[in-house]
Design a protein around this ligand. Structure first.
Ligand code: NAD
Ligand code: HSO
Ligand code: ZN
Length: 439
């Protein structure tokens, strides 16, 4: 029988127990970071040679050169052409919906001109070359190809370099087909921290990119944290999370399956239920025990629910929203009557799913919004992957002769105040006679 924790917000040790569940095991986290630091250092130093060794060690894939780990575009096209019609259809429909949603996010350059002719603005430029991490260790993620590549394409990124591990050389046709649909430029069958390192530093064969985006397991998340600064990263998108707030009136089997849907990703995934209804919590616990036995990935689900899952009885839905904000989950389901009444109380969540019919799984595949979302409580300050992650901004300043006099006078005073004479004179030259300039 599965042992999933139950807590009540009125328990004396409730807050400490919740904190313990939210925190990754510190020692484990540190051990992963040490491993990742070693891999990154080695990739930086030995490039392709190290990449081949780690791919052999962690993905059990042998190759004589990294070039052999790159799939030609013809292989991607072939995979697309070979898909059964229903799979190709589903992939293409999902791609259309994801593109339509992301097109709304495209920011445009803007500017305005002041009465004296001075122009100020912001120029939007797409990134030049990005690395897309598509996970592939415990499951294959064609949907993550769409979620990574489509916003990049909408932004106008020139070159997309995708990496994905293929343990034992097992390639997933849907993943390759999705890469063909999205017109990914190059695809390497590499994964984990070594793939992140290869994209960040470049190797003889893998080109260095400007930014790395995409989800992955704890090794991928730790590697992205470490290479930030050398390259840009989108966010920490690690093991999946779901938090469901339910008023007790949704079918308990639906809620149990929603919890499973994220638990089945990873032993480190996290699934939490908050409800004011004790009898409903018992019904969900019973459903979990019953339905678990029917699940092909029951070992992963069990480990995730037993180690990191929890069913929490709350005083009311207000308290549920407050706890949810503290947790800042990747996915939040509001499985309640009139969800639109409660959504205003949610400030911290990667994606919010409103109403009993909105299963989180629809967001994973085809609703339209991005499924690459912040985890480990980083939704307090991070947002879903979007077109904005692939666009950068440059400020534009064009000062007229009149403007140079007006702004120069202000700048000159402030520069002298800072003791920075060259700044002051640079501004003054443009509106004063040389003889008027004082130090
Ligand atoms: N937050 C999001 O937006 C989001 C979206 C989709 C998936 N996910 C998460 O992505 C993850 C996918 O994980 P995955 O494992 O299936 O694929 P993955 O590609 O992220 O990880 C596989 C790689 O991990 C490395 N690795 C595994 N064990 C290692 C070890 N002991 N030492 C060093 N490296 C090791 C290997 O290099 C391997 O190639 C899951 O946690 C899932 O929940 C998150
Ligand atoms: N739930 C994942 C994000 O945490 C995304 C995904 C892809 N496929 C299935 N699920
Ligand atoms: Zn999922």
């Amino acid at each position: 029988m599965i042992q999933i924790k139950k807590l009540s917000s009125t328990d004396a040790g409730f807050h400490a127990a919740l904190e313990k569940l939210l925190a990754f095991e510190d020692a484990h986290d540190a051990a992963v970071d040490v491993t990742v630091a070693g891999i990154l250092k080695d990739i930086k130093k030995r490039g392709d040679e190290a990449l081949l060794e780690y791919t052999h060690r962690f993905d059990h894939l042998d190759a004589n050169s990294v070039a052999e780990l790159e799939l030609p575009r013809s292989a991607l096209k072939q995979a697309l052409q070979g898909l059964p019609a229903n799979q190709r259809n589903a992939l293409e429909q999902a791609a259309v919906r994801v593109r339509a949603y992301h097109e709304k996010q495209l920011a445009q350059s803007w500017s305005y001109t002041e009465p004296d002719g001075t122009l100020l603005g912001q120029k939007i430029t797409p990134l030049s070359r990005v690395g897309l991490y598509v996970p592939g260790g415990k499951a294959s993620y064609p949907s993550s190809v769409l979620m990574n590549a489509i916003p990049a394409k909408v932004a106008g990124v020139s070159e997309l370099i995708m990496v994905t591990p293929t343990p034992g050389g097992e390639k997933n046709n849907l993943v390759l087909a999705a890469a063909a649909i999205c017109e990914v430029d190059r695809l390497f069958t590499i994964g984990g921290a070594q793939a992140v390192g290869a994209l960040a530093y470049g190797t003889g064969t893998v080109p260095r990119v400007d930014k790395i985006v995409g989800p992955g397991n704890e090794y991928v998340a730790a590697a992205k944290r470490r290479v930030f600064g050398v390259v840009g990263i989108d966010m920490v998108a690690g093991p999946s999370e779901i938090l469901v707030i339910c008023d007790g009136k949704t079918d308990p089997d639906w809620i149990a399956m929603d919890l499973f849907s994220q638990a089945e990703h990873d032993e480190l995934a996290q699934a939490i239920l908050l409800s004011p209804d004790a009898a409903f919590i018992d019904a969900v616990a019973e459903s979990i025990a019953r339905q678990l036995e029917t699940m092909p990935r029951k070992a992963v689900i069990r480990a995730s629910l037993e180690n990191r899952g929890v069913l929490i009885q709350v005083k009311d839905l207000d308290e549920a929203c407050a706890i949810a904000n503290h947790v800042a989950p990747e996915h939040l389901e509001l499985s309640v009557e009139q969800p639109e009444k409660w959504v205003d109380k949610i400030n911290h969540a990667g994606a919010i799913f409103l109403g009993r019919y909105t299963s989180e799984a629809l967001g994973d595949y085809c609703a339209g919004p991005n499924h690459v979302l912040p985890t480990s409580r980083t939704a307090r300050f991070s947002s879903p992957l979007g077109v904005y992650d692939f666009q950068k901004r440059s400020s534009l300043i064009q000062v007229s002769e009149q403007g140079a006099a007006k702004l120069g006078a202000i700048a000159s005073i402030l520069a002298h105040g800072e003791g920075l004479q060259a700044h002051a004179m640079s501004a003054e030259y443009r509106f004063m006679n040389r003889t008027d300039i004082q130090d």
